[in-house]
Design a protein around this ligand. Sequence first.
Ligand code: BGC
Length: 255
Amino acid sequence: MKLSNKVAIVTGAATGIGQAIAVAFAREGAAVAIDYVGKPGTADQTLEKIKNAGGRAIALTADISNPQQVGALIDQTVGRFGRLDIFVNNAGIEFKHPFLEFPIDQFQKIVMVNLQGPFLCAQAAARRMVQQGGGGRIINISSVHEDLPMPTNAPYCATKGALRMLTRTIAVELAPHKITVNNIGPGAIFTPIDADVEANPQMEAALMAEIPLGRWGKPEEVAGLAVFLASDDAAYITGATYFIDGGMLRQAGGL
Ligand code: BGC
């Protein structure tokens, strides 16, 4: 097992990519705190999957854009499992709307969840890791859209571009503490964030035409990459983005 004796927090782990990462980490021996927002019970499916796989997990609710709640998330995790080794900033939202009419309140909400959240979580996690000594791993779930423009999704793209530079900057700052910071940049992964496209055959066909491998990615495929980046095998990797997109970015002519 690649993550034995490690303790991880995964935000937005009730569904989608976060859920797959939490389950994969637990299978590799990590104790996992699943952060979710919403009604009690929202993360039950993830907990169930982890229990069935013989793993250890707790579900905690914290609004990642709120410093006090982020502090409590870390404290409760350390209180229960004794330490913190890996933090995955997975929670994210998008709202598609033409730029000319984009509502400011939606813009602000996206910035709070997709940018302020990862900033506060990385800071609180890194403070804990520095205090512990021995390094750590911060993994941000970004997007191909940290690089690739997507009309009608300007705030989302802007926050993902910002996440790229947050990662690069703090990777350099935290390197003396042996804390690595990396991004995963998924393309079209079959999760609830794309429910509108999944339910619309024309939109789905248009999206598939943008992907050389011609299919959706699976959350488990992203989770496999997260396990690698969280493991000792990735000790010399920091400040990087790993795209997992079926070739989407290459076909679009991105970096
Ligand atoms: C977005 C999806 C989009 C995908 C590929 C993701 O980051 O959340 O809405 O389909 O990128 O463009």
